[in-house]
Ligand binder design. Sequence first.
Ligand SMILES: *Cc1c(COP(=O)(O)O)cnc(C)c1O
Length: 228
Amino acid sequence: MCHKSSYFDNYCRILANARAIAEKNGFAAERVNVLVVTKYASAEQIAQLLSCGGVSMIGESRLQDSLEKWQSPLLSGYKVQKFFIGHLQTNKAAKVVDNFDFICSLDSLRLARCIDREGGKLGRCVNCLLQLKLTDRETQGGLDLKEAGKFIERVRKDFKYISLRGIMAIAPDTEDKALLRECFRSAAEVFKDYFTQEDYLSLGMSGDYETAVAEGGNLPRIGSAVFK
Ligand SMILES: *Cc1c(COP(=O)(O)O)cnc(C)c1O
């Protein structure tokens, strides 16, 4: 509990719920964290949340907006890891590499080349998650599920300034729980084959995180259910 912020109470409740669901389904509860998506929140709202301590990872999807917002004096002094979760165009890669700790939307070799080059200029590895596309219906970005294995091996072999740390996927907007489970499960299978417990399987948002965590997701991305 934090008397200053209902946002923090929301965060704590969701984190506890996610961990309980993970445990019930045979996954390590302590590996589960919540990535708080701050894209719709103001600097004031974010500062309220962070002032309670405890939140260590945030996600933003709109580059220019987020750069301006995070320059606010209200947010200076808070140490959080920033995850870029939006679609990334190659011409914006340099800025994102510079300002974020993780890029969650790596979905093409073209983008990988570009990120690798920027990492090389800075002389450091860029943490990336591979964004997978879970259904044909999906209009969002993401690499085709069938190409995942080859892509992961290729990135690990060819790009020394990319550290591939897991998978992000966005499920189709559906009421069909079975379909949702199946989508998350297919991403979890790729994760199991190519990543370790230390890596991130970022599945699920405010509306579907419970299903995502039940299938092994360990970093649901939660915006509206925290800032409501
Ligand atoms: C906005 C966004 C979220 C958060 O969605 P909510 O439904 O508000 O929790 C999660 N993931 C991505 C990629 C987003 O763009």
